[in-house]
Design a protein around this ligand. Structure first.
Ligand code: ZN
Length: 376
């Protein structure tokens, strides 16, 4: 390891983050090529749609100068051919002197093979640099290939007294514009946003990213709607460029399916749980099967509770406004307060940030066992 290695890997990680929400079904990866003199001669991050890959872009920029250079990549280069050659082969051909990797890819098509192909080509390989930071970025990809589900972030907004508002046809803002803009950034960095039918009925949200110039980064909108009671007139269907997937129960006929399909919705029937609701574990498996790696759950208290009870929340982003929510407020986990998550011992407060009078706290699930980090 060299002194400048960490700095260059941090640059590659920053590039990788640019792809968040855009690269599914592929992971968001960053790559930096550095000359022996320490000059950055190539940069790349996974292109929207997942191809081309970061390494290929960075090496193309570096051209002949890549020979003898060092390439920093946030995830082990792929060893399987897709629409283009495998990145491990592209690297072997470019002949850098060193390959520095943050995290080994648990994808069985690559795991270890990307590294051994580089080693066989005479390239010195170092792995594990800033691995934890890299895992934060590709957690959804890691879970998708190891557990068959995407990573789940829960987003909720509570008043100073810890209550959420009861929707009645229009969204009620608990927090100010800066916190809300940050919430839209979370949407942009997600592959899909998931709510329950109750949220559609209460707020009639569009669920798109409404930051200036970022509407094209709106995630797939997913509604858990057992009986398909989402009205075809819902605002969800106004933006036809952004997909709407309705997950419903597969146990009986769905008379509304056709009208909703005419509005552009894709209907995904799945088995129901003991309460007769679409099973969230199954729902996540279906999303992973369609390539989704990062899901933002923005549903109301019932949906939040179901995900918490099923131990499916990997990260919780809690916005807290400065004022209390009035008398008809609800507890954020359907009858239980935030402490159900924050005092559970399963989550650690990873950071806190202020937006004017509002506060955001981010809680991450304690990683009991990380398949990517423990892979050898
Ligand atoms: Zn690749």
């Amino acid at each position: 390891m060299r002194a400048s290695d960490e700095q260059h890997m941090a640059q590659a990680l920053a590039l990788a983050r640019r792809g968040l929400g855009l690269t599914w079904p592929n992971p968001a990866v960053g790559a930096v090529v550095v000359s022996p003199e320490g000059e950055i001669i190539g940069r790349g991050w996974t292109a929207p749609g997942g191809r081309p890959h970061a390494e290929a872009i960075a090496l193309e920029e570096a051209g002949e100068a890549a020979r003898g250079a060092t390439i920093y990549v946030t995830l082990e280069p792929c060893a399987h051919e897709g629409r283009g050659p495998a990145c491990a082969d592209v690297i072997a051909e470019a002949q850098p002197a060193r390959l520095v990797i943050a995290l080994r890819d648990p994808d069985p098509r690559t795991s270890g093979a990307g590294i051994s192909r580089a080693t066989a080509a005479g390239i010195e390989v170092t792995e594990g640099l800033l691995a934890s930071e890299a895992l934060d970025i590709v957690l959804g990809h890691v879970y998708r290939v190891t557990q068959g589900r995407p990573a789940v972030t829960l987003k909720t907004a509570v008043g100073a007294n810890g209550f959420v508002t009861r929707g009645d046809g229009a969204p009620v803002w608990i927090t100010g514009p800066d916190a809300r803009a940050h919430g839209h950034l979370l949407r942009a960095r997600s592959d899909a946003i998931l709510v329950g039918r109750g949220t559609v009925a209460a707020d009639d949200p569009s669920l798109t990213c409404r930051l200036p110039g970022m509407s094209c980064r709106s995630p797939v909108r997913v509604v858990l709607d057992g009986r398909l009671r989402t009205p075809p007139s819902a605002r969800l269907f106004e933006d036809e460029m952004v997909p709407v997937w309705l997950i419903c129960a597969d146990d009986e006929d769905q008379p509304n399916a056709e009208r909703l399909q005419e509005r552009g919705a894709e209907i995904i029937p799945i088995p129901v749980d003991a309460e007769g609701l679409p099973c969230v574990v199954e729902a996540l498996e279906r999303l992973a099967g369609r390539g989704i790696t990062r899901v933002l759950v923005e549903g109301g208290p019932s949906v939040a509770r179901v995900f918490l009870d099923a131990d499916l929340i990997d990260e919780a982003v809690i916005y807290q406004g400065a004022e209390a929510v009035g008398g008809d407020g609800l507890l954020p986990f359907a009858g239980e307060g935030l402490d159900r998550l924050t005092d559970s011992g399963h989550f650690t407060n990873s950071h806190t940030r202020s937006f004017g009078a509002d506060r955001m706290t981010v809680w991450r699930r304690n990683r009991r066992c990380s398949p990517a980090l423990s892979a050898t």
